[in-house]
Design a protein around this ligand. Structure first.
Ligand code: SF4
Ligand code: SF4
Length: 96
């Protein structure tokens, strides 16, 4: 029988390194209806969120992208029925 007590524990796998996307999604607030479709399709939890302060005030709060969570997959751009999400260079995020 194998001596399990002296068997070294397997090394934990290193956490996958998060790549920094070149572009991030950005919601043009003037065109957003707050429909929430982008939230449903975004593969990253809590990456698209109601704008703070609006979430309890309106039925359909406008949304914004959390840049630190966005992986730049562009799914939201494709799925937004109002074509109000665009991809902008990572370096430009927060300047608009
Ligand atoms: S899918 Fe488009 S219109 Fe709907 S909440 Fe998202 S950004 Fe706004
Ligand atoms: S680009 Fe992808 S990860 Fe970023 S907000 Fe859109 S759906 Fe979410």
């Amino acid at each position: 029988m194998a001596d399990v007590q002296n068997t070294p524990a397997p090394m934990p796998k290193p956490a996958p390194k998060k790549k920094v996307p070149r572009e991030l999604a950005w919601v043009e607030q003037d065109g957003c209806t707050g429909c929430g479709v982008c939230i449903d399709f975004c593969p990253v939890e809590n990456c698209i969120v109601p704008i703070p302060g609006q979430e309890f005030d309106t039925v359909n709060p406008l949304v914004e992208v959390v840049p630190d969570l966005c992986i730049g997959c562009k799914i939201c751009v494709r799925e937004c029925p109002w074509e109000t999400i665009e991809m902008i260079p990572n370096s430009e995020f927060g300047k608009k």
